[in-house]
Write a protein that binds this ligand. Structure first.
Ligand code: R5P
Length: 294
């Protein structure tokens, strides 16, 4: 029997696009908030011995997590066979070390919590910096999808003579792969983060690429400072205002507005987190992965 598909804060466009490419039956969740702020949940569906797919948007996760746990528990109580969580953006990945004594390594706590309730996790480019793989913190099996093939296709069809730029050493994995697919040059800059909104970027090898269009590629745009400082450094070296591509459109506080006022030419993101800059659709990658288990 085909899986039951549930939506948890995911955008209707993404859900429609994924469900249009896979086998499955979209099922409804009845949610209600009581006057005291507590949640009611009901699933009026025969779940017995079915597999569940939950397509979720977990950006700004805290208020979404308890309802997600209630959803998983309700599904289990109704006899569901397995739960696969599709969370294109995986939150709580950046606190992966104790930067100061006494800090909680929240990536571990979050992974432990989610692993209790789901049987499989599918996500897109999680922020793997000091962890080599999600298996280091998630006890549940997971699949990581890379958005780069779709990003590279977008660059190929929209930018003539691109130079792929990774703002820091972590972004080399994406920049190098994109450049390899497009068959164009790439450079990696040196970034030092001095605070949440304070970043320094140097661009030692940029000036030799003055005739290229710089295209910055990174996983997360959060405060936007990484992209803004990188753009500034490139323009100072005589390059044109870059196109900035982020996988996950987090845009904290004033990030988007600040980026619009900066040396950046264009801002493009994938549709892992809903935002009007979403121009690169990754639903085919998710659908292909989901279909493998059909
Ligand atoms: C850093 O480790 C990440 O790959 C991104 O470069 C970073 O999260 C971007 O953050 P922000 O937009 O706040 O500079």
């Amino acid at each position: 029997m085909s899986p039951l598909i549930f939506t948890h804060h995911a955008s209707a466009e993404l859900v429609e696009s994924i469900t249009g490419q896979i086998r499955g039956e979209v099922a409804n969740i009845e949610n209600h908030e009581f006057p005291d702020g507590e949640s009611y949940i009901r699933i009026d569906h025969n779940c017995s011995n079915r597999d569940a797919l939950i397509i979720a948007n977990l950006h700004r996760p805290n208020p979404k997590i308890l309802p997600l746990i209630f959803l998983c528990e309700t599904l289990r109580a109704l006899g569901i066979k397995s739960i696969t969580l599709i969370s294109p953006y995986l939150p709580y990945m950046r606190q992966d070390i104790q930067f100061k004594t006494g800090e909680g390594i929240t990536s571990r706590f979050f992974a432990k919590l989610l692993s209790t309730y789901i049987d499989k996790l599918i996500t897109v480019d999680p922020h793997l910096h000091r962890y080599d793989s999600l298996d280091e913190i998630y006890s549940t099996p997971s699949t990581v999808i890379q958005a780069i093939p779709n990003i590279a296709n977008w660059i190929k069809t929209h930018i003539e003579q691109p130079l792929i730029v990774g703002p820091d050493s972590e972004s080399e994995q994406w920049a190098a792969l994109a450049a390899d697919i497009i068959q164009c040059p790439y450079i990696i800059l040196e970034k030092t983060r001095l605070g949440d909104k304070k970043v320094r970027v140097s661009s030692p090898q940029a000036s030799q690429f003055k005739h290229h269009i710089p295209v910055l590629v990174d996983d997360i745009i959060s405060t936007g400072r990484t992209m803004m400082k990188t753009a500034e450094a490139l323009v100072k070296e005589g390059l044109s205002a870059p196109v900035c591509i982020g996988v996950h459109a987090i845009f904290s506080d004033d990030a988007y507005e600040a980026m619009k006022q900066s040396e950046i030419g264009e801002i493009i993101t994938c549709n892992t987190v809903p935002h009007h800059t979403n121009q690169i659709d990754i639903s085919n990658l998710l659908a292909a992965e989901i279909s493998l288990y059909d």
